[in-house]
Write a protein that binds this ligand. Structure first.
Ligand code: FMN
Length: 202
């Protein structure tokens, strides 16, 4: 009788050990699965892109601050043909920049490598104001890419002018994207001011 009880007890212990072992194994597999899913589903890059053109470095600094606040990636729209000081002379009616701004069909070529917008949900788009609106190279940029499903937020720097019709101009040329109202910033705008603007967009 005692032997039968011992055998039953051993069988029950074995059953409990097996069950525990299986649970632990299942948990490990589950954790591995979760880890795999997490890494598999994680985007390869941020969902925010800060794309900008800056001829003399002012907008670049603002773009870098926005990227730092949002954790976004930076993409510089670099002209294939760099603008010289003479090109940027806005007192000269025959300078390259003046001629381009007077010609709505001018599309200066972009020299920087193409950027893939796949995976980005928000694009901040920065530029200096030239003759009251966006430089024509921004028109090249917005016509080149599809902003389908992307929120586009224009921002600019200037001597004193506001952002004017830059946003609506680019929205019309792009034809896609959810374009928010843009904003003009002073050259040395603080991170705190930029952050409160960004938080207000949500
Ligand atoms: C060709 C050209 C045209 C400009 N037109 C204007 C303008 O209409 N209004 C204004 O306030 N500033 C104007 N500016 C000044 C720039 O918008 C300003 O210096 C800007 O912050 C430069 O940015 P960046 O250093 O990123 O190129 C102009 C500058 C250039 C070179």
């Amino acid at each position: 009788m005692r032997r039968i009880v011992t055998v039953i007890a051993m069988v029950m212990m074995l059953a409990v050990i097996t069950a525990c072992g299986k649970t632990a194994q299942q948990e490990t597999t589950g954790a591995q699965e979760t880890a795999r899913n997490t890494s598999g589903a994680a985007p390869a890059h941020s969902e925010v892109l800060v794309a900008y053109f800056s001829a003399t470095g002012t907008t670049k600094k603002v773009a870098e601050k926005i990227a730092s606040i949002t954790g976004g990636d930076l993409y510089e729209i670099v002209p294939a043909e760099p603008y010289t000081t003479e090109d940027l002379n806005n007192n000269d009616r025959s300078s390259r920049s003046t001629k381009e701004q007077n010609d709505k069909s001018a599309r200066p070529a972009i020299g920087s490598e193409d950027v893939s917008l796949t995976g980005y949900t928000t694009v901040y788009l920065g530029f200096p104001i030239w003759w009251g609106e966006e430089p024509r190279i921004l028109d090249t940029f917005v016509e080149k890419y599809s902003f389908e499903g992307i929120t586009v937020i224009p921002f600019c720097t200037s001597g004193s002018s506001g952002i004017g019709r830059s946003g609506p101009n680019m929205k019309a040329l792009a034809g896609t994207g959810n374009w928010l109202d843009g904003k003009r910033f002073v050259a040395n705008v603080s991170e705190a001011d930029l952050k409160s603007w960004i938080d207000g967009l949500k």
